[in-house]
Ligand binder design. Structure first.
Ligand code: 4SX
Ligand code: FE2
Length: 334
């Protein structure tokens, strides 16, 4: 029996979201969050942050119902695309080759899979390069989106998600655990930050949020101020605040279709080979907000549907462990 090695994943690269009104989505993501348009047609927007040297980190495509079309990871070499294909085929997952020119704008040869957790995931290496905007301060605006940082996924079985991503070569920076070390949530990385992907216990597969890095905490505050000033404060869902997990400064917003985005800054380096997992107890009130602010119920419960290869929303299963039912200080919703 030949051994099948996992593809070498570089990082979380982009998410492709279905939105129901591309003009409204452009207002939210481009005008207010400060993404830059790299490609645009009547039904599609390819967007990137100021630090990104690849074609896009977010693709918005017009459709009938809001959903995640797929998340995508960049892999190290063209050969790793083939490795992804064999790896997921060996797991018994649905797998599809996407030839250059027939998939997402700007992306070369790719493989799409429905992973063991039910998520639509693309692996690609080749992507068109783009101009450096980091010092085009004259173009920076809104939340000053710098780069896509992470995906957060709702899944009912966190240990299964942890095992799948560990096998794919991801490290684990932090967890939330019960008294008997039952796993409520986990943050996992390939690039040298706190995460490329994290799991929130909940009905899944669904997309909880995309995390977008900005450079400084005042950009997070300014984001909230802009939405307030425009009387669009209903787009702000949670924060601004300081996470316990990751130490990042954050605010969560909902786009016009309800897709959740986190504007995020100042997490830390995880690249040492012996970097140890930091474990939070689920009863520690500081874990999700370091100042003990309550987590709003919608944040635990609402998420975007994800599409299968048939273009229909994937069926969801209910969570096994419900963190929102843990009664702790301000944030016990149980
Ligand atoms: O709410 S948590 O403090 O657990 C948290 C949520 C930490 C980092 C994240 O990116 C996140 O979305
Ligand atoms: Fe996040």
């Amino acid at each position: 029996m030949s051994t099948v090695t996992a593809p070498d994943v570089v990082r979380a690269a982009y998410a492709q979201l279905v939105v129901t009104d591309i003009a409204k989505a452009r207002w939210f993501w481009v005008d207010l969050l400060g993404f830059h348009v790299q490609y645009e047609d009547a039904r599609t927007l390819c967007l990137r942050g100021t630090d990104e040297l690849t074609h896009h980190s977010l693709v918005l495509s017009q459709g009938a119902a809001a959903a995640l079309n797929h998340i995508a990871y960049r892999v190290r070499t063209p050969d790793d695309v083939g490795k992804a294909e064999s790896y997921f085929a060996r797991l018994g997952c649905p797998v599809r080759r996407v030839r250059k020119g027939s998939g997402t704008q700007g992306v070369g040869e790719a493989v799409r899979v429905i992973d063991p957790l039910g998520f639509p995931v693309e692996f690609f290496h080749e992507i068109e390069q783009a101009d450096r905007l980091i010092q085009r301060y004259d173009l920076h605006h809104g939340a000053q989106a710098a780069r896509l940082d992470h995906f957060n996924l709702c899944t009912p079985d966190i240990p299964a998600a942890y095992a799948h991503y560990t096998a794919l070569g991801f490290g684990c920076s932090e967890t939330i655990e019960g008294d008997a070390h039952e796993l409520y949530a986990a943050w996992m990385y390939r690039k040298q930050t706190v995460h490329d992907v994290a799991f929130t216990g909940g009905a899944g597969p669904r997309l909880h949020h995309v995390g977008v890095a900005t450079h400084e905490s005042h950009h997070v505050l300014h984001t909230a101020d802009i939405f307030g000033a425009l009387h669009k404060e209903h787009h702000i869902e949670r924060g601004p605040g300081r996470h316990g997990v990751s130490n990042a400064f954050y605010v969560y917003l909902r786009d016009p279709d309800g897709h959740r985005v986190e504007i995020y800054t100042s997490d830390y380096y995880t690249g040492d080979p012996d970097h140890e997992t930091y474990r939070w107890n689920v009863h520690d009130d500081r874990r999700r907000d370091f100042w003990g602010s309550a987590v709003i119920e919608s944040w635990y419960k609402e998420a975007s549907p994800v599409l299968g290869f048939d273009g229909l929303p994937q069926m969801v299963s209910d969570t096994l462990l419900d963190e929102s039912a843990v009664r702790v200080g301000a944030d016990g919703l149980g």
